[in-house]
Design a protein around this ligand. Structure first.
Ligand code: FAD
Length: 421
């Protein structure tokens, strides 16, 4: 297929959209990325992301960006400590040490979202990203698409790719399938100057990650570059908790009071995460697309990343899947094996559906156990040497062979829509 003849519009400049733009430009495609942020610096970028050899790193390697990645990643950011709600350490990567390196299947180097985005932006031709382009509506006009933006402008494209994240505007043009509520809310926090603002947590964190489990709740803290922390407290809740709670999330005193009430059995040493007026809080209700989702391929529109398969972040796979989607979609669209875009999109979507069915299952499994009373025990069992190796083996085998549904039956793992019923 001759991709060079098509005007391609990618909606959304997250890791998925930018990776796709880079990979398509390497093949000579005419690509623009329409991003709602008014510029690259306007929004605080989230916490550290671990990239996996077979997905996120594979996409970066194909994009010719591994050297840039190696210059920016943070080697110790993945070192993890597992604690209980009283901050007692039960597992410590700092003591055990990490032996994996690039090329090893289990190597999962961490990079902050900001530097990852910058690497991808730097790799694109000038003016590829059109900032301040919040897509408000999409219309089909004589086999092409008209995109209308909030700033009053519009554009026409032959092929559009929805890479616009969890609440995708493009998704309804591809499928009527909707995400469903998982029963979990995550309150995300971004805290400046962790050493000063949260000294006790900083000492435990040691520049890595802290996973806290207790009383059906989870609190994960990760050190970011420049001394800031990203953290997320997650708990069972009603779907509309963020609104119904009446909390003003711009008022840290209200958030702190809520944390003291809701995490009342957790050590007060955690409170320091919520005590700074500079900390930014964002409530994130957790939804998931149905694991068995499928749709008929279209000739000139598709989805990738969270837009295609939004799921909770409890398996650390979201960014990796978005980047692998970008790799597989770019290869399909530029492959001589397909005579038209519909065939190429169908081939890509088939792989994407199968991957999500498996990874999504693992994600929902994690979502469930992390919010059960025995979460710490489950986590420690995964780390106990033999069981961990065994777990990794089963997981990899399951992913490769697609036998997750079989494992689910044997071990009683949840189906997509029944996590907390
Ligand atoms: C608290 C938290 C922690 C996470 N931790 C991890 C982790 O450790 N590992 C991991 O792999 N994943 C993690 N994830 C998930 C991960 O962030 C996502 O899966 C990943 O960012 C998806 O990439 P994407 O490119 O598909 O979408 P996004 O990163 O969401 O990017 C979408 C882009 O589209 C833009 N956009 C949206 N709507 C429009 C519109 N109408 N018009 C124009 N532009 C638009 C947005 O501004 C954004 O730039 C986490 C998520 C959260 C919330």
């Amino acid at each position: 297929m001759k991709i060079q003849d098509k005007k391609i519009a990618i909606i959304g400049g997250g890791p998925g959209g930018l990776t796709l733009a880079r990979l398509l430009q390497l093949k000579g495609a005419n690509v623009k990325v329409y991003e709602r942020d008014i510029n690259k610096d306007v929004r605080l970028q989230g916490g550290a992301l671990d990239l996996h050899t077979e997905s996120g790193l594979a996409a970066l390697a194909k994009a010719g960006l591994m050297e840039e990645f190696k210059a920016q990643y943070r080697p110790d950011a993945g070192l993890m400590r597992v604690v209980d709600d009283q901050l007692k350490i039960h597992h410590d990567d700092h003591q055990e040490g990490k032996k994996e390196d690039f090329g090893d299947n289990n190597h999962r180097p961490e990079i902050d979202r900001g530097p990852l985005r910058q690497i991808l932006l730097n790799s694109l031709e000038a003016d590829t990203v059109v900032w301040d382009s919040h897509v408000l509506s999409i219309e089909k006009i004589q086999g092409a698409w008209k995109l209308d933006f909030q700033n009053g402008t519009s554009t026409i494209a032959d092929l559009i790719i929805g890479a616009d994240g969890a609440n995708s505007k493009v998704r309804p043009f591809v499928t009527a399938i909707k995400p469903y509520w998982t029963g979990i809310t995550m309150l995300e926090g971004s805290l400046k100057d962790g050493a000063k603002t949260a000294p006790v947590i900083n000492e435990l964190l040691k520049g890595g990650k802290l996973f806290g489990y207790g009383k059906e709740k989870t609190l994960i803290v990760s050190a970011k570059g420049g001394g800031s922390f990203g953290f997320a407290a997650s708990f069972k809740s009603n779907e509309h908790w963020a609104k119904e709670s009446g909390i003003d999330f711009n008022d840290h005193q209200q958030v702190l009071a809520w944390f003291k009430r809701t995490f009342s059995e957790w050590s007060p040493a955690w409170w320091e995460l919520f005590e700074s007026p500079d900390t930014i809080f964002i409530p994130r209700p957790q939804y998931c697309m149905p694991l068995d989702q499928k749709w008929e391929a279209n000739a000139n529109i598709t989805l990738l990343g969270d837009a295609a398969h939004w799921m909770p972040p409890f398996a650390g796979e979201g960014v990796n899947m978005a980047m692998l989607d970008a790799l597989q979609l770019s290869e399909a669209l530029t492959s001589p094996a397909f005579s038209d875009a519909k065939q190429a999109i169908a081939y890509y979507e088939k792989q994407m559906f199968a991957r999500f069915a498996n990874i999504g299952q693992v994600t929902l499994f994690n979502t469930k156990w992390m919010h059960q009373p025995n979460a710490l025990k489950v986590m420690l069992a995964m780390f106990s040497k033999n069981k961990f190796k065994q777990g990794v083996f089963i997981f990899r085998y399951a992913i490769q062979t697609g036998i997750i549904p079989f494992i689910r039956k044997v071990f009683g793992l949840p189906h997509s829509q029944e996590i907390f019923r």
